[in-house]
Design a protein around this ligand. Structure first.
Ligand code: DGJ
Length: 720
């Protein structure tokens, strides 16, 4: 579990050759992945300089021929006028910090460089881990106060990513809001600062801690792209700066907004990991590298990758109106369709009949479940399905027994209003007794009930972020202490209940990041389940995160958000591009609908290893015109699946052939559509044909969709 954090854990290399190489004469390190190099140097004045990040060079090139491109980890001091990584204040008010090289240590794929202030015992230890097969580098930092007085940290970023100089730069990022997450934005970077951040205590719907920067000429299929992401689920900040000299540097890590961290003598502070990668293969290859790395190294089941089950979730069918009788009935239908995990969403506990009451009181509602959860769980297990449950551990409704007993347990400033969002307040997890309470309650829930899966929701932002019980100078640590304790609770629950699968949710996709990904197998992507809107949401999600972790449910029509009606097949196809689920009133479905669902679920089970563990090629973007097409190729290259969506046909225009990618040119493939929309036959044809001539499909009207499954029947083994 959790193989990307913490920084102190030595991550074992899969690499055959040393990933970190030192050239003593040039005082230079080259951190080499399979295709990329990240180069650092100690300059003549003892500064740790960033030198190069891009395609691998020859050994002789790592010397003086490369010019320094700025400080690798600048403290705020001296003549610095760029965004610093570390800014602090000593007890006597002195804020000048100038970091210089002291020593280093390297082992296999790991490098540690120690820096120190020019006069004081203030140390910054920079750590690097090289993930060779994925062309990724992870950075971490630990700041230590070795002085005899208190030092207050005002900003501690995880690192800077400096992009090689060019005439133009373009930033790609993911923006949105509730119901509209992960919208890909691309814009030129001109002189000045572009800030991407969260100030709301969680990762957020508005912006996601992922970036890609190119020189304005990369495409989905080719061109150099520098990309990265932060492993943190609280306030974060990326400051993307184009300096007057024309350099672009992205300084990323914890947000310095409302941040102050006092370090007593001898204390240290560790910042979250930030990751960066380089590829010459365009945005598509950048995503595939991230997806592979996330599957192998980040997701909790990376060592023994399991396929995500087909889920039924009660939310869009019953909302708060769950009860034993209804759930037993729906479970019978779900099992008959091939559902593998049956989950009860909100509404099962306390006096939870709507969103005004109950959060905080985690015993089953006696009217809805007079015999507790046991009989439903037994029924679900008896049908051969796993059982899952929704919780929102960090929250409390003012109308709850917990809040009545402990009104001081919520985040608040004394004597000030406590703003509610969805009628709820945030429990102050930064407080040790609150953290312990939350752990105990959910440890008990999981110990007393045979629960196989937990959907952990978080439905509001922080406001009035007070922590009156803490000493005044420590009160701003709440932003970080909260997330650290959240991680601790999550980690302890996982350790005590290792077979339970977790899904992270925050009113949809408000808490999707690498920090959470190392603790939860899957994410709820968005409360927007309209299958057409989802094409854009899922397109953005897959820029950064693996489709395997992307939950996508089929829901009823008209869609509750936008009243759009689409066919059941269309809804299934849109959801089958991630981890498939259903959240609908199955008890009201017609026999015909149930038959379509049965067929689609059976199809999904045949192709899900390819969707979840394969490589994704985004052939046509929902942002460009009338078509969205995604192709997945299995890890062994034997199966490929193509999903195609036509948005709105005009003028009887037919579709141009879709050229596939990632196949073996000399391999021969059998081509099968799931319906009659494939024109031009079932093959077998060669990979060369499929990639150069393409697949012809007849899709028309509005919201038409199909899938094509390709099986390689002969040809050489596929290599990634
Ligand atoms: C928000 C989630 O995103 C939904 O899926 C659902 O679990 C509701 N919360 C329940 O209150």
């Amino acid at each position: 579990m959790c193989r990307i954090l913490p920084a102190t854990v030595l991550i074992l290399s899969q690499a055959a050759t040393a990933a970190v190489r030192y050239f003593p004469e040039a005082r230079t390190w080259a951190l080499e992945t399979e295709r990329a190099a990240y180069v650092l140097r100690v300059d003549s004045e003892g500064r740790l300089a960033h030198v190069y990040w891009g395609a691998r060079l020859q050994d002789g090139d790592y010397g003086a021929a490369l010019e320094a491109a700025g400080e690798e980890y600048p403290g705020w001091g001296g003549r610095i006028n760029i965004e610093p990584c570390l800014k602090l204040q000593r007890a006597d008010g002195v804020r000048d910090l100038v970091l210089r090289y002291v020593s280093h240590e390297q082992t296999g794929d790991r490098l540690v460089v120690r820096l120190k202030d020019i006069t004081d015992e203030i140390h910054a230890e920079l750590g690097y881990t090289v993930f060779q097969p994925y062309d990724l580098i992870g950075k971490w930092v630990r700041v230590q106060n070795g002085t005899g007085g208190r030092v207050t940290l005002e900003s501690v970023r995880s690192g800077v990513w400096t992009i090689p100089m060019a005439a133009q730069y373009r930033l790609s990022y993911l923006a949105g809001r509730w119901g509209r997450e992960f919208q890909l934005v691309r814009e030129p970077l001109n002189q000045g600062m572009k800030v991407l951040e969260s100030r709301i205590g969680k990762t957020g719907h508005y912006l996601n801690p992922w970036f890609a920067i190119d020189h304005g000429d990369a495409s989905e299929e080719s061109g150099p792209v520098w990309f990265g992401a932060l492993a943190w689920s609280g306030n974060w900040k990326f400051s993307v700066e184009r300096t007057p000299e024309g350099r672009v540097r992205l300084t990323g890590g914890l947000n310095d907004f409302d941040f102050a961290w006092p370090l007593a003598p001898g204390e240290s502070f560790e910042a979250p990991m930030i990751y960066g990668g380089y590829t010459p293969g365009g945005f598509g290859e950048a995503s595939r590298l991230l997806h592979r790395w996330e599957r192998d190294e980040v997701l909790p089941d990376g060592d023994s990758p399991e396929l995500r089950p087909v889920v039924y979730n009660s939310w869009y069918s019953t909302y708060f109106d769950v009860n034993e009788g209804l759930l037993r009935k729906v479970a019978d239908i779900a099992a008959s369709l091939g559902v593998e995990l049956f989950a009860i969403d909100d509404g099962w506990f306390g006096r939870r009949n709507n969103d005004r009451a109950g959060l905080g009181d985690w015993d089953p509602n006696p009217e809805k479940f007079p015999r507790g959860l046991g009989p439903v769980i037994e029924h679900v297990h008896g049908l051969g399905m796993k059982f899952g449950i929704w919780v929102e551990p960090e929250m409390v409704n003012p109308d709850s027994d917990l809040y009545r007993a402990h009104p001081d347990w919520v985040i608040h400033f004394p004597g000030r209003p406590r703003s509610e969002q969805r009628h709820q307040l945030v429990l102050n997890l930064a407080r040790a007794e609150v953290k312990e309470h939350v752990f105990r309650v959910f440890d008990r829930l999981l110990s007393e009930n045979a629960i196989d899966y937990v959907k952990w929701d978080m439905n509001r932002e922080f406001s009035e972020p007070g922590w009156p019980e803490a000493a005044v100078e420590r009160q701003k640590t709440i932003w970080v202490e909260y997330v650290r304790n959240l991680y601790e609770v999550w980690d302890r629950l996982r350790a005590r209940h290792p077979s339970v699968v977790f899904e992270a949710c925050s009113g949809g996709g408000g808490r999707v990041d690498l920090g959470m990904m190392s603790r939860s197998e899957q994410f709820w992507t968005s409360d927007n389940t309209d299958p057409f809107d989802r094409l854009k949401i899922q397109y953005g999600f897959t820029m950064a995160y693996a489709p395997k972790a992307m939950m996508a449910w089929v829901t009823d029509v008209p869609n509750r958000l936008n009243r759009r009606t689409t066919t059941l097949a269309y809804r299934f196809l849109s959801s089958m591009m991630g981890s498939l689920g259903i959240s609908a009133a199955l008890e009201r479905w017609s026999e015909e609908d149930l038959a379509v669902a049965r067929q689609m679920i059976a199809l999904y089970k045949k192709i899900r290893a390819t969707v979840q563990h394969g490589d994704l090629y985004r052939l046509a973007s929902p942002w460009d015109g009338d078509l969205t097409a995604n192709q997945y190729v299995s890890a062994d290259g034997k199966q490929a699946v193509l999903f195609v969506f036509r948005h709105s046909q005009q003028f009887r225009d037919s579709l141009a052939p879709l050229r596939l990618r990632g196949l073996a040119p000399a391999g021969r493939y059998r081509v099968r559509a799931i319906d009659d929309k494939l024109t031009g036959g079932a093959g077998p044809v060669s990979g060369a044909y499929l990639m150069n001539y393409g697949v012809r499909l007849r899709l028309g009207g509005d919201y038409d969709a199909t899938a094509v499954v390709l099986e390689r029947i002969e040809g050489p083994a596929q290599q990634r």
